[in-house]
Design a protein around this ligand. Structure first.
Ligand code: MTE
Length: 334
């Protein structure tokens, strides 16, 4: 083991190569010129005219936009769906644009940027298929309309807590994962559920650049967790179809676990009798466990988990065990 060459995920943010370098050659040229001082005047000018401000909500929406909801979704009234009153944030809702500009989607940016909305232009989330297979009686392939037809959609107001300590409160549109598991009929020996993201470097630039990561992004749950009422398969957010950077067209939402478990842009769900290897647990097992339940008393090896801060307002709150969802999930952990 070579301890001198640091892995990319150990590098401080300042030493990462910006994802723009991979995604946009013209941007890279500008960076080089700026570094040489040639474009310094241009930089000062653009700062003065406001280019350094927060990105405009309309531009962000346009960058992450997906196809309009299908006729089936419209006929079923999926967007917006009725909010399920059982779930409340207990805090202010995060502004839509704040959530849209601060995302983790390593396939597009790697570790160096939260602005994945800038790099999702080539991503094509329609048409899309989700295969459900493994230890079940009725393995199936679902396209988006199948999901709209088969399941009962609702809106859930959930808190989200990233392992990096940022948090948000957002309304997801979707249906319980438990309903999908029930539909395919899990066999008695199905003990875990494995999830897999698409893996196409033509559409997601960072995949092609960094082969130190174990692509495709994968995640897993125990069957008890997967059939709990909280796990939610979301196709929408803020009453609209998911923008690309939030994991279009379908992603997992697990409000009592650290956000890295909430795998985006799912293509495959497999019921299995073995605990599946997962992306972050493979990359850094000491830092990211398979279970990854939110817990203020267990620090990340490199930072405390005692508090969290909200996207947009930066307001700080004490972290709560299971992110405050203990009434639903504590029973699973003895
Ligand atoms: N899913 C995939 N496929 N790739 C990713 O990089 N990042 C995870 C999770 N799902 C990630 C992913 C992390 S670390 C978090 S915190 C959440 O997505 C963030 O969801 P958001 O960006 O929509 O807020």
């Amino acid at each position: 083991m070579n301890y001198i060459v640091r892995k990319i995920w150990d590098l401080p943010q300042s030493q990462h190569t910006a994802p723009e370098v991979y995604a946009r050659r013209s941007w890279h040229r500008r960076q080089v010129l700026t570094a040489m001082g040639v474009a310094a005047g241009w930089g000062v000018m653009s700062h003065l005219v406001g280019c350094a401000q927060k990105p405009n909500a309309e531009e962000v929406k346009k960058a992450g936009a997906v196809e309009a909801p299908s006729e089936t979704a419209t006929a079923k009234g999926v967007y917006p769906s009725t909010r399920n009153p059982s779930y409340e944030y207990g805090r202010a809702e995060t502004a839509q644009n704040e959530a849209a500009i601060y995302t983790n989607f390593y396939e597009f940016t790697g570790p160096s940027s939260k602005a994945s909305y800038k790099f999702v232009g080539d991503f094509k989330p329609t048409p899309w298929k989700v295969t459900v297979d493994g230890l079940c009686d009725k393995p199936r392939e679902f396209d988006l309309d199948d999901l709209y037809k088969e399941f009962s959609f609702e809106e859930r107001a959930y808190r989200h807590r990233c392992v990096e300590t940022w948090a948000m409160c957002v309304p997801w549109t979707g249906f319980p994962l438990a309903d999908l598991i029930k539909l395919v009929g899990p066999k008695a020996n199905a003990k875990y559920v494995r999830f897999e993201t698409f893996n196409d470097s033509e559409q997601a630039p960072y995949i092609g650049v960094d082969n130190t990561f174990p692509w495709p992004y994968t995640e897993g749950l125990t069957i008890a967790e997967a059939t709990n009422e909280l796990p939610f398969l979301a196709t929408g957010i803020y009453g609209e179809p998911l923008p690309k950077q939030h994991g279009a067209p379908v992603r997992l939402v697990l409000p009592w676990k650290y956000g890295f478990k909430c795998i985006k842009s799912i293509i495959k769900i497999t019921l299995t009798d073995q605990q599946p290897p997962t992306f972050w647990n493979t990359v850094a097992p000491r830092e990211y466990t398979f279970e990854a339940n939110v817990d203020p008393s267990v620090p990340h090896p490199r930072w405390s988990q005692r508090t969290e801060w909200m996207l947009g307002t930066m307001e700080r709150f004490p972290t709560v065990k299971y992110n405050g969802y203990g009434d639903w999930v504590a029973k699973m952990y003895g």
